[in-house]
Design a protein around this ligand. Sequence first.
Ligand code: HEM
Length: 485
Amino acid sequence: CLWVRNLRLKRRLPGPFAWPVVGNAMQLGQMPHITFARLAKKYGNVYQIRLGCSDVVVLNGDRAIRQALIQHSTEFAGRPNFVSFQMISGGRSVTFNNYSKQWKAHRKIAQSSLRAFSSANSQTKKAFEQHVTDEAMELVKVFLRKSTDRRYFDPVHEFKVAAANIMCALCFGMRYGHDDLEFRTLLQRVDKFGETVGAGSLVDVMPWLQSFPNPVRSVYEDFKNLNEEFFAFVKDKVVQHRESFTPEVTRDMSDAIISVIEHGEDSGLTKEFVEATVTDLIGAGQETMSTAMLWIVLLLVKYPDQQTKLQELIDKVVGPDRLPAVEDRSSLAYVDAFIYETMRFTSFVPVTIPHSTTSDVTIEGLHIPKDTVVFINQWSVNHDPQMWKDPHVFDPTRFLNENGALDRDKTNSVMIFSTGKRRCIGHQIAKVQVFLFTAILLHQCRIESDPSHPPTLDCSYGLSLKPLTFCVSTKLRGKLLGLVS
Ligand code: HEM
């Protein structure tokens, strides 16, 4: 039956010849998203590859991707039943579980709790912005300290701590110091997460490799351990919240989620979904946000003229006596243009988390059966020469109209948070965070790269593309403002 299905699939979808056993696994290369875009030139925007024992349909280009994720949103809303996905958040992840009635209820709860603590009304908006500003200023101080005597340092861990702290502040009402060794070690371990769940990772499509002592097996073991460790860390905090919970006072997001799942109308979710939701939110917010900030800093030091231009604008709009705030956003369109260009140019989440089809579906005239794994190549949308002039050139001005304001058609065309039913639920808070971090860093510091190691765009592949190690030094511009209360 499987053979007949596969034969049918092969006849209907174009794609490269697949070798026995490994399929096309050995042809993916170091940067699978570039390989996928190259294959699209030959086979079209919808084609099939084979990875180990899985048929995978790869979607490329703006038209095919939006047709699938928006017009056929339900059919493309599934997740594959990969073994690794079940190791995440105690097997109850909203991000990595398949489409179902229960999943819909779970996603709704995650979304509404996040909104309640970030954008529900002007008061929560202000409180959220204050968290982010405090965390950005803490980062500025750490950067300046690490730059004493013109020393250069690798900013990677500091960004991880800062991003995780914003989520910890929302979820637990607490933050960790940059020197907290236990917290740093945990975050360092979690860093490996994206290598296993990124599209093109082989552990799930070649399950037999687990039976032999080999590097893939150890990736699996490590992945299982790091997820258990991270889940245990979150669960411990949630248990403390549960013990001191009172329905009258909602202290933070953990309380809000406990309240809905354990004390609200029957959501169909057991209490274990509380810790799963919090684990998902902290994990998702941490990895992507810190990667975004690393790329921004890398591009600021790679293009010092852009940095100068941004700082001149911020000085003019904000002045030296206060910090940039969200209200300045419309006057700082160039800051957002720089951020959008960073997201487009690097496409640092190049392929979304793997999707799967929830029923048979036809896309661009091609039939895709139910339960097929689908890779969505966001990079190909952001580098489509039909949409972007010179897509390989870094040029923030492409996002500005003739009045110097943001061109909304252009910004909406960047694909980094995916779209449709699986669209990132943190996209709004992520944009606020990246804006405030970037504007505050630029307002407070001049950032320079180590002249003996000029920054390059080389990176490693996974769920997110991570720049290779680079070092910077920061210099205070004007006076240090807004100390953490
Ligand atoms: C999913 C990008 C920040 C929570 C995703 C996906 C992408 C993405 C590409 C996968 C969508 C798909 O599979 O089609 C990003 C980027 C971020 C960011 C680029 C920062 C710049 C955040 C933050 C949070 C968050 C701050 C939460 C606090 C989630 C969740 C999902 C998700 C829960 C799973 C959605 C689902 O499967 O239904 N994100 N994200 N993300 N993101 Fe984000």
